[in-house]
Design a protein around this ligand. Structure first.
Ligand code: GLU
Length: 437
């Protein structure tokens, strides 16, 4: 057992998995995986009124979405269970009785309270925040068990971290102030302290504590907006840690290999949406076409596009043509709707910007273009260049109307690639609609 890294994520199931919770879970996961240790999920559900099974499930689903698999937990076998605090009441009572019988705790009605001794120096070396020390004199007596028989947070967390053989307690910096109380209880029970490492606070761009005002706060909302779990993982890992100069886009495995708890900074981390968007785009680009399609397709459906009229091959290839455009799957879906249906084009473009003189030129060009022997992007482009030189017509004058007719957008991937992808017949149909044939 000695030397085994055992870390835990200990959420209270009183809400969805928030950014802060996901961040804490992730750093624990990284440390476990870096060391070949164990990552434990413990549900801190002693607040019986606010804790629900549904929240427990959404937290687990959020962790799964992020790819943070745990080795022990309420739904996994393990030698240190149960992994829900509400199922560990006997254990808390056992140790509280021990403190009572030793005289270091007393009863007040049904409650059990620890009598804080005077003059004890409480010190620990936080892996992130450094040496922290205080005297016990400033602390009030600590409630261990409340009159309803439930343990308090500070007591249960000590009993659990010890009895679950937790080696490193990695959690948000908002718990630093609880740590001295917990140290006292470790001492009272004659248990060794684990290593503590508190994670920096996550702030919005305005340097205020991250909240609803800054946008989505639960991990799930990011999934629904079309962010990739790999990107979200990558982005959260960069809050307070760096994988090294210039190494901003990485996989879970790379992060786990490089992670060092001692390199976490105590400087508050800024939740920067632009950075998340950038990282998401980089991860989207790395996906193979079929996986990328799996991510984008639901958004096309949500937009009401007739996805089922096309083969998967066609749709996946359309996204290859789209290239790296779109920072999220939702954005990529919006930028590529014209591959799925001409209706989307018609809705945003009515062709009224083409004057008659231009129309005549475009028609001459289109007639020759549609007669090209082979419908291949590079050949179509070459043909167009030659045609524009020979006819002394600017490339832009013919390519822009073509782009507008095929996509309804001023900015798109190479228009000849779009033409090749939708095919000669569909190209013809769209041009005919705008009276360009
Ligand atoms: N249930 C506590 C929380 O959600 C756990 C804190 C800890 O990790 O000690 O904040």
């Amino acid at each position: 057992m000695a030397g085994t890294v055992r870390v835990r994520f200990a959420p209270s199931p009183t809400g969805a998995l928030h950014i802060g919770g996901g961040h804490t879970a992730l750093f624990n996961w990284l440390w476990a995986r870096h060391n070949g240790g164990r990552f434990i999920l413990r549900i801190e559900d002693t607040d019986r009124e606010r804790s629900t099974k549904e929240y427990e499930e959404t937290i687990m689903a959020g962790m799964e979405w992020l790819g943070l698999d745990w080795d022990e937990g309420p739904d996994r076998a393990g030698d240190f269970g149960p992994y829900r605090q509400s199922e560990r009441l006997e254990i808390y009572h056992h140790w509280a009785n021990r403190l009572l019988s030793e005289g270091s705790a007393y009863r007040e009605g049904e409650a059990v309270i620890y009598r804080v001794p005077q003059g004890v120096s409480l010190a620990f070396d936080d892996v992130v925040y450094g040496h922290i020390e205080m005297m016990s004199d400033t602390l009030k007596d600590i409630v261990l068990i409340k009159s309803d028989g439930m343990p308090t947070y500070n007591y249960a967390v000590v009993v659990d971290d010890h009895t679950m053989a937790i080696s490193h307690v990695i959690r948000g910096e908002d718990h630093i102030s609880n740590t001295p109380k917990q140290l006292l209880l470790y001492r009272a029970l004659q248990w060794e302290y684990p290593v503590f490492g508190h994670l920096p606070m996550i702030l919005g761009k305005d340097k205020k504590k991250l909240s609803k005002r800054h946008g989505a706060t639960s991990v799930y909302e990011y999934r629904d907006m079309g962010y990739m779990p790999d990107a979200m993982f990558n982005f959260l890992a960069l809050l307070g840690w760096s994988a090294g100069e210039g190494n901003e886009v990485f996989s879970r495995e790379e992060a786990a290999a490089l992670f060092e708890l001692s390199r976490v900074t105590k400087r508050s981390a800024i939740f920067d949406m632009e950075k998340l968007n950038h990282i998401n785009q980089e991860h989207l680009k790395m996906l193979d076409p079929s996986t990328r399609l799996d991510l984008v397709e639901p958004f096309w459906r949500e937009m009401g596009l007739p996805v089922d009229e096309h083969s998967r091959e066609y749709l996946a290839q359309s996204l290859v043509v789209l290239g790296g455009r779109g920072q999220t799957a939702r954005e990529a879906a919006g930028y590529s709707d014209y591959f799925v249906t001409f209706d989307a084009v018609k809705k945003r473009y009515d062709g009224s910007d083409i004057d008659e003189a231009q129309r005549a030129t475009v028609r001459r060009y289109v007639r020759d273009l549609l007669a090209c022997p082979e419908w291949k992007a590079d050949l179509l482009e070459e043909f167009t260049r030659t045609w524009s030189t020979e006819q002394a017509v600017k490339m832009k004058e013919i390519a822009m109307p073509l782009r507008m007719a095929l996509t309804g957008m001023k900015v798109s991937p190479g228009i000849f690639e779009v033409a090749e992808q939708i095919g000669r017949e569909e190209t013809k149909r769209r041009l005919a609609h705008y009276n360009l044939l």
